[in-house]
Each structure stands twice: as C-alpha cells, then as structure tokens.
Design a binder for this molecule. Structure first.
Ligand code: CTP
Length: 406
C-alpha cells in the first residue's frame, strides 16, 4: 500500500510557468489514494485554470478566503489543521519569501501559517532568482522551521536559459513524499524516545566588561547535528555559545557564554541523555580573574595570566555509562590521526570526528566539512568534502550504528 494512501494533502500551486505540471502531480497523488485539496495563489490561476485542477482533484479549488457571490468562507485554520501534509509545487520565489517571513496576504500563505503538519516545498524559478542570496536565505529559514525542500532540477528554463531552478518532475515529487511519509510515522524514527545533548559554537571568556577571549567557531556543525538528531526523532537540547545560526524548530536551546557555563549546562543534562555530541570549540584557558572595570592601557606591554578550563568532554567521558553514546570532535593541524586517536581514548569516547585544518573547505565558518570518523577499535572512515548538513547525517549514521551495538 502506498504511504500516501488516505492522506489529506494540501497542494499549494503558485504563479510559475511550471504550474502546468501540477495537473500531473494531482493525478499521481489521486492514484496513490490521497485526498487532494488544491489551493492556488491568485497569480497561479493565470497559468492553469482552477477548473482543470478541480476536475482532477475531484474537489473545488480554493483561491480566496471567501466566495464573493455566496459569502462562503474558507476556514484557513481548519484546512491547515486537517492536512496530513502540505506540498507547495511549484513554489515561486515570492511565495517562499512570504512563507519565510510569515506574510499571509492570500489563502495559501494563511493555510501555511496555520498548519501543524509537515510542509514540503518544490521551488521553481529562473536560475538567477534561484541563486540570489535572498532566495537562499528564505530557503534556509524555511528549513530551520522544519519545512523540507524538494530540490529543483537542472535543465531548460522558461526564460530560455539553462540551469538550476526547474521544478522537480511530478514523479520525483511523489517519490520524495512517499519516502518522507513512510519515515514520518513517529515510531519508525530511529531515535524516537531518546534524548540528545549537543554542544556548539565558541565560548567567550570574559577579561573585563568589554573584552573576552574567543575563537572563530560559527556553531554551524553543531546546529546541523542538532537538526539531524531532531529529524531522526530525538528530543534535543542544544547548549550553544554565541552563534548567529538559526535554532532548529523543536530543539531546546540553552545559551551560554563561558566554558564554565557550558560545563554547568552539560552537567545538568548529561545523565538523562542517551546521545551526546560535543562539537563546541571550548576555550582551553580562561583569565585567572575577571576585572570588573575596563582595563586601561598604562604599560607598554601587558600580560594576562590564564588558567585551564575544565575539559567538559573528558569530564562527561568519566561519568559515561554503557548505555550512552558520547561523540567528540578534534580539530588538528598536524599528526591528525594520532592526536585524534589519543583524544578518543583519553576522553573515553565512542567515536571521534576529526577535522583537519589541512583540508580545504573544512573547519570554522565554512558551509562544508571534510571529516574522518575514528572508532574505538581504530576503524577509520574518511568522507568526501560535503555540506555540514550532509556531514551531520553521516555522524548520525554512526551514532545509530553505535546504538545498535549496545
Ligand atoms: N572540549 C570540551 N571542553 C574543553 C575543551 C574541549 O568539551 N574545555 C571538547 C570539544 O567540544 C571537542 C573535543 O573536546 O569535542 C576536542 O577539543 P580540542 O580542543 O581539540 O581538544 P583538547 O583535548 O583540548 O586538546 P588540544 O587543545 O591539546 O588539541
């Protein structure tokens, strides 16, 4: 039986030439046994008629909040609540921008804002619009709300140009939705019922009211891991130093500044956590003492006495039980494998994720990472350069394998 059988699906259709493909998409969804309610934006009706989509979906198509002739009102909140999933295909740059920013000047945008179900969007636009930083930012925002992109294809575009931005083919959209909706069943998620603790970002060690010792960590890797663990069903607590990353929806954030605060937050949550991934770049040293007034420049030279911070990961490693999975990171400049292996043993980890500064595209602030995972028995898994989201998936695969071995 299709995983879409019996599902209440809202199909949002936006003003894009690719709207013609939504006719086939409706037919395929109906073939899968889904009930399809089409909502079009006013612009979409210029590209394909509501009559076509109403006939294929066997239900009236909705465009406006109400019918001016009869006064019949389309209750957007109820439509959003009744939906098992919403798919917006084609999703225009304009509608994506509205969704990302919470605008609701048409019925489709209002239904989106009211919905509690999974939302998928299949962008369709010209390649320059697709590449624009505003579009990229809107897509990242939508992903941070837990909405999922059905990636566009590459090929001939309506403008005559060729490139990325073409609506995914209806068959691909169906395959994507089928796969997702079979994973959706909460009980099917591999980490469902498990608690996860993730650290991310740098720590700031205050010197005086205006100065601190910090580092360039962006938090991107830890936030990506938190998001992936959430997607796999875990209840995630993210302990983060200062970061500009968007907190994934459904993840509990604890904001900290210093290594000492990060340690305290981790201690509060460690015992109840099944999975712990420590990706924060914690300061190894902190000023001996905090000066509560701004330090004035008086002498020609100045030295600042520092003391060691507590190694949070090693502390948790000592407390770890056999039922917990503990993962650390190592950022190395030389003797990478030997150093990472020694950290793995010293801190009592289940596996360690090695980043080498010698690899282009790896490390702080980049969107990509190049990692090697080293296991307790010495096995090494070296990965290609990938997006941090894809690296987070690889790390979670290893966590899953470790959970199976318990
Ligand atoms: N870590 C931590 N607490 C610290 C320092 C590091 O929890 N005070 C964690 C990091 O989150 C990371 C791992 O330890 O998962 C590796 O950190 P790193 O600074 O590379 O290792 P160190 O053991 O501090 O060794 P060194 O600085 O000598 O490379």
């Amino acid at each position: 039986m299709s995983s879409l059988q019996g599902k209440n699906i809202v199909l949002g259709v936006c003003g894009s030439i690719a709207a013609y493909k939504s006719a086939l998409l409706v037919r395929l969804l109906i073939h899968e046994g889904a009930s399809v309610r089409v909502i079009m934006t006013p612009d979409a009706t210029e590209f394909i008629t509501p009559l076509t989509l109403a006939t294929l979906s066997k239900q009236p198509v909705l465009v406006d909040y109400f019918d001016p002739k009869t006064g019949e009102w389309s209750n957007h909140v109820q439509i959003g609540l009744d939906a098992d999933l919403i798919v917006i295909a084609p999703a225009s740059a304009n509608t994506l921008a509205k969704m990302a920013n919470g605008l609701c000047d048409n019925l489709l945008a209002a239904v989106y804002l009211s919905a509690k179900c999974p939302v998928y969007f299949a962008p369709a636009m010209d390649l320059d619009m697709w590449k624009h930083p505003a579009t990229k930012r809107n897509i990242s925002l939508l992903q941070s709300y837990g909405n999922q992109i059905i990636p566009p294809g590459n090929g001939e575009l309506a403008s005559g140009l060729s490139g990325e931005g073409r609506l995914a083919e209806p068959e691909e959209i169906i395959a994507f939705l089928q796969q997702q909706s079979s994973e959706q069943n909460e009980g099917d998620k591999p980490f469902s019922g498990l608690k996860a603790l993730v650290t991310a970002g740098p720590t700031y060690e205050a010197i005086d009211p205006v100065r601190f010792i910090g580092n360039h960590s962006s938090g991107k890797m830890g936030y990506a891991v938190a998001k992936r663990l959430r997607d796999l069903g875990a209840m995630v607590t993210l302990v983060s130093g200062p970061s500009h990353e968007i907190v994934p929806e459904g993840v509990d954030l604890i904001k900290v500044q210093s290594a000492a605060e990060m340690l305290a937050a981790c201690q509060d949550h460690f015992q109840s956590s099944d999975i712990v991934v420590m990706s924060a770049a914690v300061a190894d040293y902190t000023p001996n003492e905090y000066v509560d007034q701004k330090i004035k420049k008086i002498e020609d030279s100045f030295s600042l006495p520092l003391k060691r911070t507590t190694d949070i990961l090693a502390t948790l490693g000592q407390q770890k039980t056999d039922q917990q999975t503990l993962v650390g990171f190592a950022l190395e400049t030389n003797d990478e494998l030997a150093n990472a292996k020694s950290k793995l043993a010293r801190k009592n980890l289940d596996f360690i994720v090695l980043n080498s500064t010698n690899d282009a595209g790896a490390g702080f602030s980049t969107d990509t990472n190049h990692i090697t995972i080293i296991e307790r028995d010495g096995q090494e898994h070296r990965y290609e350069l990938k997006s941090k989201d894809a690296v987070a998936s690889d790390i979670c695969e290893h966590v899953l394998a470790h959970r199976h071995s318990l």
